[in-house]
Write a protein that binds this ligand. Structure first.
Ligand SMILES: Cc1ncc(C[n+]2csc(CCOP(=O)(O)OP(=O)(O)O)c2C)c(N)n1
Length: 632
């Protein structure tokens, strides 16, 4: 086994091309086996095996800087940089991160998780390098999907202007997670498929290269001819216009060709783009056949490709999906908008049922938000289905275009709360804080799947501006679904458990945690009241005024950042009312980033568990009683 002997990039340098091919096959087998147990981003990594080998073979990491866009395709890089023994812990708590992670290795120089940042990062590093008078290479690897992101296009524009030495490797597999979309995608497809162009280009180049070296006017004419041929026939003309030297397209699984082109490109001055064609899922037939499904995959059986999934009530995403379809059947104004996540956001069926009413804009969260604003302006009911973490990208558009103009956009915010193995770049723990302070916004979160359906109906009925429903990346709790979706009065909370010893105000899945804590405290003779704060904005002010009068210890429980969350909103309300002395303890996500693991482990780490709540409440209630009565 060659792989056993590879512990750092320098171990590659003496290998021959056939040996590199052999190693590529071993790496594929390794990935297929390891990920069958841990799950992870299989298909993207199978596609970049030769590409990553070529990078480490030709260049000198960590002196030369490798920047992986998104970072989900960095597994091969991890294998080649001394981390292959940790793959059993991939994406697990305290284990190997599924993305690039600087604390893991000196070869990891730039972290991501969100897409389309690599070109800006590469440009920043190239600028810093030149200012410091250093000479290292900067190499960014970006997929055709991520290249469609607005940030990447902004960076392209700037890179072409500055003309710094940097290399962009465009890993073109025709796929985002779902099939890639957009004009740029069509352009790349054209390059890929236009074999006539390629052939003619090669033949002409060969012919021109045969012209003997001659001086003077004739040589100039020949050069000009080469140039014009290039512009007529060279496929990457768009990138050339952007100021890049374009190389390609290159077969990303042909080691020899790849090495040759990358080597050639590495000597060129100025920004270079190498267009590499790869097959997502290469070498594992189930993943090649359906790379959408195998982009990020749960554990599976290697032989059959059968994916092993835990059984349980449907996920919130599925409930959302079905509810939206039901509502859209009766209301033609409803359109669904997704920034490149039709599968993850549960919109595939919707798209099949209502052609033209499911709009995939590509990785373009900002564009999606403004587009929704304009559709709402024209009387449609756009449902912007987006993960909480990716909506961060569109904050300004939400403020400036949607909320300021008070438009009827519905936000279906998935993956709200902890997300588990994707970890700190993907948690949905900031949206309460970054949405609730925007004027006109209504923000809801259901305690169970039936309430999610009711909130979808509430949102569709609402005609007074933007309204958001956020829901977690977990299974529902298994409650029965009412056939009719009954709307909920805006701003009305619900007392789910009566009690007069203390109060827990909880939101979303934390309502269940609160009920479990209350159940534990019941054994101590305490009657804890549990309130479902299903509207984060507006608050149920009448209820809050009553709670202040009741004079009990309150815990606010939320799976979102403690800074600026529901607890903060309640404190702000009391402060504005001039009500002092309501004893409130906020338990939420602390002011630090929480790493990958299971959602359960992430909740345990941050104390969002029934045990912690019960313990806190015991201590707080004892202290409170002591203060009020002078007795313990
Ligand atoms: C801002 C943002 N939006 C959405 C995503 C979700 N996402 C992760 S990878 C990916 C597709 C990237 O496609 P591409 O760059 O072509 O890489 P491939 O997986 O095909 O190799 C998407 C949409 C993300 N990471 N960041």
């Amino acid at each position: 086994m060659l792989l056993e002997q590879i512990n750092e990039p320098k171990d590659l340098k003496t290998l021959s091309v056939p040996q590199l091919d052999e190693l590529a096959a071993e790496i594929r087998a390794f990935l297929i086996e390891k990920l069958s147990v841990t799950g992870g981003h299989l298909a993207p990594n199978l596609g970049v095996v030769e590409l990553t080998l070529a990078m480490h073979y030709l260049f000198d990491s960590p002196k030369d800087k490798f920047i992986f866009d998104v970072g989900h395709q960095s597994y091969v890089h991890k294998i080649l940089t001394g981390r292959k023994d940790q793959f059993d812990t991939l994406r697990k708590y305290k284990g190997l991160c599924g993305f690039v992670k600087r604390s893991e290795s000196e070869h990891d120089v730039w972290e991501a998780g969100h897409s389309s940042t690599s070109l800006s990062a590469a440009m920043g590093m190239a600028l810093a390098r030149d200012l410091k008078g250093e000479t290292n290479k900067v190499v960014a690897v970006i997929g055709d999907g991520s290249l469609t992101g607005g940030m990447a296009l902004e960076a392209l524009n700037h890179i072409g202007h500055e003309k710094k030495n940097l290399m962009v490797i465009l890993n073109d597999n025709e796929m985002s997670i779902a099939p890639n979309v957009g004009a740029l995608h069509h352009y790349l497809s054209k390059i890929r498929t236009d074999r006539h162009y390629q052939k003619a280009k090669e033949e002409l180049n060969q012919f021109l290269n045969k012209i003997p070296a001659i001086g003077g006017k004739l040589a100039k004419t020949a050069e000009r001819l080469k140039d014009s041929v290039k512009y007529l026939l060279v496929s990457g003309i768009l990138f050339e216009q952007f100021g890049f030297n374009y190389f390609g397209p290159v077969d990303g699984h042909d080691m020899e060709q790849l090495l040759e082109v990358m080597e050639q490109a590495s000597h060129v001055q100025g920004p270079v783009m190498i267009h590499v064609i790869t097959t997502k899922g290469k070498g594992y037939s189930p993943a090649e056949a359906d790379s959408h499904k195998w982009h990020g995959i749960s554990p599976y059986k290697i032989e059959s490709g059968q994916v092993l999934k835990a059984v349980g009530p449907p996920m919130y995403t599925e409930i959302f999906s079905d509810a939206l379809i039901e509502l859209a059947k009766k209301d033609e104004r409803i359109v669904a908008v997704t920034p490149a996540m039709p599968g993850g956001s549960g919109l595939i069926k919707f798209g099949e049922l209502f052609p033209g009413r499911m709009i995939d804009v590509g990785i373009a969260e900002q564009h999606a938000a403004t587009l929704c604003a304009a559709m709402a302006m024209e009387g449609m009911k756009p449902v912007y289905a987006v993960y909480s973490t990716f909506l961060q990208r569109a904050y300004d558009q939400v403020v400036h275009d949607i909320c300021r103009q008070n438009l009827n956009v519905i936000f279906a915010i998935d993956r709200a709360g902890f997300v588990g193995p994707d970890g700190e770049t993907h948690h949905g723990v900031y949206d309460i804080a970054y949405l609730r302070h925007i004027p006109n916004m209504v923000l809801m979160m259901p305690k169970d799947e039936n309430e999610l359906r009711r909130m979808m109906k509430t949102a569709v009925d609402y005609n007074d501006g933007p309204i958001a429903v956020r829901y977690p990346r977990v299974n529902g709790v298994g409650v029965e679904l009412e056939a009719e979706m009954r709307p909920i009065p805006i701003g009305k909370w619900e007392t789910v458990r009566e009690g007069d010893s203390s109060i827990i105000i909880a939101v979303g899945p934390m309502v269940q945690v609160a009920e479990e804590a209350a159940e534990q405290l019941k054994r101590d003779g305490q009657n804890v009241r549990v309130i479902n704060a299903r509207f984060i904005k507006p608050l149920d002010e009448a209820m809050l005024l009553q709670l202040a009068k009741d004079g009990l210890q309150i815990i606010v429980l939320e799976e979102g950042t403690e800074l600026g969350g529901l607890g903060s909103a309640i404190l702000e309300f009391y402060s504005k009312q001039g009500i002092n002395g309501v004893p409130i303890r906020i338990i939420g996500v602390p002011d630090r980033f929480i790493e990958h693991g299971s959602i359960k482990e992430q909740r345990q780490e941050t104390g969002l568990t029934a045990e912690r709540v019960a313990t806190e409440l015991r201590a707080l209630s004892a202290g409170f009683r002591q203060r009020v009565n002078g007795t313990a």
